[in-house]
Design a protein around this ligand. Structure first.
Ligand SMILES: C[S@@+](CC[C@H](N)C(=O)[O-])C[C@H]1O[C@@H](n2cnc3c(N)ncnc32)[C@H](O)[C@@H]1O
Length: 209
């Protein structure tokens, strides 16, 4: 199985594919904040790692106070790193929770969210779980929510199906970044369907790596 703490060291290299992907995700988070006028916005990051994407953006903004986020991460080392980062940046609105993001129980106080970050998740679960997770997103989303997601396009490329599955459950595509010289992709989908209540607990997905 992958060492998910070690995995983050690729972010130290600005030229790595992972750093390129991070910059794209961060740009979409910044765009989302610029577009939303509300003074109180809720964010949930599913399998948040060390929080590089959201924390990296919010720490640089004067309107950080608008962001009330829950970062759900299972590896205690990454949880500690994310907590240290949010404390250093003085981001009181960001809570880092050490929990299994594959179970609805982790989301009890975190949703409905205006922004759902599904970054580094869809490539680490079975295709069946990818479809099931997308189908369950209306249970995590507030009306008008945005979902930022990533997925490798390595053969067999699942992203055409992923984009179709989003459409089937009430999302419209805002962006799909697929650099020709890289295998990663970053998608942004807007929820215009009816939010559904999440169950108190129950399986969403299971990591296979
Ligand atoms: C590919 S990394 C992505 C991290 C982060 N989203 C990013 O893009 O920088 C996947 C992360 O999911 C975490 N993880 C794996 N299974 C998990 C689970 N069931 N619940 C919460 N986090 C999990 C790993 O520890 C790892 O930090």
């Amino acid at each position: 199985m992958t060492d998910w703490h070690e995995w983050h060291t690729s972010y130290a290299d600005d030229t790595s594919a992972l750093s390129r992907r991070l910059r794209l995700v961060q740009r979409h988070i910044g765009d989302w904040l610029d577009e939303r006028p509300e003074s109180w916005l809720r964010v949930v990051s599913v399998c948040a790692g060390q929080g590089d994407d959201l924390v990296g953006v919010v720490a640089r903004r004067l309107d950080a106070y608008r962001v009330h986020a829950t970062l759900i991460e299972k590896d205690p080392r990454n949880v500690a790193a994310a907590r240290e980062r949010t404390a250093t940046a003085g981001l009181d609105g960001i809570t880092v929770m050490c929990a299994d993001a594959g179970d609805f129980a982790a989301y009890r106080t975190a949703v409905p969210a205006d922004l759902v970050l599904l970054v580094g998740v869809l490539g680490n679960i079975s295709d069946q779980d990818v479809r099931a997770t997308i189908a369950l997103l209306p249970r995590l989303c507030a009306p008008g929510a945005t979902v930022v997601w990533t997925r490798t396009r390595r053969d067999p490329d699942l992203t055409p199906a992923v984009r179709r599955w989003f459409a089937e459950v009430g999302f419209t595509e805002r962006a799909f970044d697929a650099p020709p010289d890289a295998l990663f992709s970053v998608g942004v989908h807007l929820f215009h369907g009816q939010p559904e209540s999440p169950p108190a607990s129950g399986r969403i997905f299971t990591f296979v790596r």
